[in-house]
Design a binder for this molecule. Structure first.
Ligand SMILES: Nc1ncnc2c1ncn2[C@@H]1O[C@H](COP(=O)(O)OP(=O)(O)O)[C@@H](O)[C@H]1O
Ligand SMILES: [Mg+2]
Length: 238
């Protein structure tokens, strides 16, 4: 077996809420191989976002180890983490997180402001990425002038500006109708086929057909598929 790209060992993220502790992640261990398309399935509240934010270096764990490409995220300081994130990862959110005052092209170009790439080059690259997600004809539209599916395609393009080898997506289809959701998953699938590692968390079982690997989360724990299926089984309508 190849060296895993992501290795997580006994990861915990506990939130103190007044007098009680919410164990969002309570001892998660997992491995993700490079060039895979992994889907993390879990019902609402199972810890999916907590896991993804930790993998993306956007949050700090309570305890446990996270290695990506052999580097320990849990041991990095904020600067190292920010640099690592910019160098290796693209992050896609459920709610797109576009800047409302900027058009599609400006949104995609925005993260390149901090990289030393010259404006003309930023513009060119942003255009290429919008073309890749099929939105060349919408480059001057603001987010409010785009459908949800189009906004998420802009967000996918933006996640690609630094040519990340790892793409993390938190319920990227959660706010979309089925057809737009499938378009986004197909885009992510293309990125996987082009050699990237893709990790998507979702509670939508329809999205699992795009995956090469599946991980199941329940109450902050990784469980096997049988346990997951029996715990989340819906009672059939009579
Ligand atoms: N910032 C926070 N403060 C307190 N509790 C939180 C916070 N974020 C998440 N939680 C709790 O942690 C659990 C897991 O949340 P989350 O990772 O967002 O799950 P999911 O993404 O699967 O819906 C939930 O019970 C949630 O209420
Ligand atoms: Mg979530």
């Amino acid at each position: 077996m190849a060296q895993p790209l992501i290795q997580v060992t006994d990861l915990k993220r506990h939130y103190q809420m007044g007098g009680t502790v919410v164990r969002a992640l309570d001892g998660v261990s997992l491995e993700i191989q490079p060039h895979t398309f992994t889907i993390v399935m879990g019902p609402s509240g199972s810890g999916k976002s907590s896991l993804l934010y930790l993998l993306g270096g956007l949050d700090r764990s309570t305890s446990g180890e996270i290695s990506i490409g052999g580097e320990r995220l849990d041991q990095m300081d904020e600067n190292a983490l920010a640099l690592f994130r910019r160098r290796t990862m693209g992050f896609i959110f459920q709610s797109y997180n576009l800047i409302t005052s900027m058009n599609a092209l400006e949104n995609v170009a925005f993260p390149m402001q901090f990289t030393g790439i010259l404006p003309a080059e930023r513009n060119k690259r942003a255009r290429q990425l919008l073309e890749q997600v099929g939105l060349s004809d919408r480059s001057h539209h603001k987010p409010s002038e785009l459908s949800g599916g189009q906004q998420q395609r802009v967000a996918v393009a933006r996640a690609l500006v630094n040519n990340p080898s790892l793409i993390l997506a938190d319920e990227p289809t959660g706010n979309l109708d089925t057809a737009s959701g499938v378009t986004i998953m197909q885009l992510l699938s293309e990125l996987h086929r082009s050699g990237r590692t893709v990790l998507v968390v979702t509670h939508d079982p329809r999205m699992t057909r795009f995956a090469t690997h599946k991980i199941f989360l329940l109450d902050g724990h990784v469980v096997d598929e049988d346990e997951y299926q029996s715990a989340t089984l819906e009672i059939p309508q009579a």
